[in-house]
Design a protein around this ligand. Structure first.
Ligand SMILES: Cc1cc2nc3c(=O)[nH]c(=O)nc-3n(C[C@H](O)[C@H](O)[C@H](O)COP(=O)(O)O)c2cc1C
Length: 348
């Protein structure tokens, strides 16, 4: 990891007046590290009623498949402690309508766009990438490999390093060489670093960590599974420690690989945790359902948290938790700690 990542932030003068929130990674230069998480903001149109969608880093669209899909049967949402379970099943309008309506709207609006794609085979992923390359008008692709591989008894692509790599290879071959490709990984694996290694070798520019964890709820009244699809994806604050661990492990193994982190981010402090663990940008998902302006609000909170810790830019904080243990005394001082009384203790 580059030593520059461990530059001690200036801490003596309290919170910096302004923190440069530019997120530079994978050839992208975003004015904010805040993104929407796929599936939690459709294509951004509804959120634009709550805040200026162009003010955040960008919109990650709901995963789009080649054909329109109605998704899985209802009920397909269940509340859980500190999270929720969903089995939406990649409902969507299909690629052509997405291009005509959603992508066109995002372009007109001037929003930075990461198109999330999904498929039932590596070939389908490749065909979607090819069509998107011909159309253009987006900044990056996020490849949702947490979907069933029809050719392999419905096994999830992301749970096997070989099938995960095959999908990424197919997308890479069919994309413009300049388009950053993020492989979105599932935490439901023994070793997420092994999967990350495999997709990076297959051509992924970076990884998005993490998709939902497979879970299940039994309704105590009906004494049957609460979801019609029986199992679903767990998201929200309940999964945050798992997500932070995944970001940490992948960052430790790959010091320079671009990482988009997500999983239960509700506040600036939560987002900072991901950045310190090694994320270059973060996506906000489940929080949007009870606070549609969450990505915008969290941007402000993160900026304040960075200032309070003495960072003058977001970039300084990326991976800061990985600095060697013997530099512990270089931990930036928060504004509350920076009174004169504290100085003797800190500089002993
Ligand atoms: C209702 C819902 C729909 C989702 N749909 C997608 C999707 O289409 N593609 C995808 O890659 N992830 C999807 N996700 C996963 C989120 O993008 C995100 O990875 C996960 O929920 C963790 O972040 P969070 O805890 O902030 O929601 C979905 C999550 C939820 C809750």
């Amino acid at each position: 990891m580059s030593r520059a990542l461990f530059v001690k932030p200036s801490s003596s003068s309290g919170p910096a007046l302004s923190v440069d929130m530019t997120a530079s990674f994978a050839g992208l230069e975003l004015p904010s590290p805040m993104l929407t998480a796929s599936g939690c903001a459709a294509a951004g149109k509804e959120l634009d009623a709550f805040f200026d969608i162009t003010a955040i880093g960008g919109v990650v669209t709901k995963s789009i498949m080649m054909q329109p899909r109605s998704g899985r049967a209802t009920p397909r949402m269940a509340e859980t402690p500190s999270g929720m379970l969903n089995s939406i099943g990649l409902q969507g309008p299909g690629l052509e309508r997405f291009i005509e309506e959603d992508l066109a709207w995002l372009n007109n609006r001037g929003a930075r766009t990461i198109v999330s794609i999904a498929g039932e085979s590596a070939e389908e992923f490749g065909k979607i990438a090819q069509r998107l390359r011909n159309v253009g008008g987006f900044d990056a692709i996020e490849v949702n490999i947490s979907c069933p591989n029809v050719a392999d008894r419905g096994q999830v692509f992301a749970c096997n390093p070989v099938t995960a790599a095959q999908v990424i290879q197919s997308v890479k071959r069919n994309s413009d060489a300049r388009t950053p490709i993020f492989a979105k990984l599932s935490p439901d694996v023994t070793d997420i670093v092994e999967i990350a290694d495999s997709v990076i070798k297959a051509g992924a520019t970076g990884v998005s960590l993490i998709n939902t964890l497979l879970g299940m709820v039994i309704d105590p009244v009906t004494m049957r599974p609460a979801l019609a699809g029986v199992t679903g994806g767990l998201s929200g604050p309940a999964i945050r420690p798992v997500a932070v661990r995944c970001v940490w492990s992948v960052r430790q193994a790959f010091p320079d690989v671009p990482i988009i982190g997500m999983g239960g981010i509700r506040s600036g402090a939560d987002a900072l945790e991901f950045i310190l663990a090694g994320a270059n940008a973060v996506s906000v998902g489940t929080s949007i359902f009870n606070d549609p302006s969450a990505p915008f609000r969290i941007h402000g909170e993160l900026q304040l948290a960075l200032a309070e810790h003495g960072f003058s830019s977001l970039q300084q904080a990326v991976s800061y938790a990985h600095r060697p243990a013997d530099t512990t005394r270089e931990v930036p001082i928060t504004s509350e700690q920076s009174s004169d009384d504290d100085w003797d203790f800190i500089s002993e």
